[in-house]
Design a protein around this ligand. Sequence first.
Ligand SMILES: Cc1cc2nc3c(=O)[nH]c(=O)nc-3n(C[C@H](O)[C@H](O)[C@H](O)COP(=O)(O)O)c2cc1C
Length: 187
Amino acid sequence: MSKRAVTEYPINDAMANRWSPRSFDPTAVLTSADLGPAFEAARWAPSANNLQPWQFIVGYRGDETFAKIVNDLSGFNAGWAPDASALVVTVANTHTASGRDNAYARYDLGQSVAHFTIQATADGHMTHQMGGFDIDALTIALGVTEPWEIVSLIAVGALGDPNKLPEDRRDAETGPRERKPLTEVVR
Ligand SMILES: Cc1cc2nc3c(=O)[nH]c(=O)nc-3n(C[C@H](O)[C@H](O)[C@H](O)COP(=O)(O)O)c2cc1C
């Protein structure tokens, strides 16, 4: 299933083809080598003062980290994300080397995640970012401590059968993707 973005101007193929499925193939397996290029792309994202204030904690389906992440998903996300092949926890370093607040930490992490998702798409993987999880419980479960802070999750895997989703989710899965018009975004 393609949900390629309808654009006024041509854009890079991976950007046009990236979309966020909820039907992942529960039999598909990913290894750290499979995700190597996507993490390499994330590593090479720009950041304020080149502080690179990001880390990624990766669980592969069947391992202990994956189980901890699944355990703290919101009810809605728990309905589909466990079928992903990998779940990635994105973590920002909120401090500079001198201990001051880094105002750009989450901005830079987001940019790094964008690089990750585009490279993953180019490599044939599907990604779906999530904010719906118990951040306090996951912080404890994974032993994340200050100045590091969990920000989001990314489900990564292969596309599954949308017909297995409940009806309300199936409609969103197969329906068109929408965006504000360019004229509303660029002034
Ligand atoms: C930071 C962030 C948090 C998100 N949280 C969730 C979530 O908890 N559950 C979910 O199903 N989708 C979540 N999404 C996915 C968005 O709903 C999705 O990216 C948006 O609707 C655009 O669709 P597209 O990615 O297919 O273009 C999140 C996306 C981002 C970037």
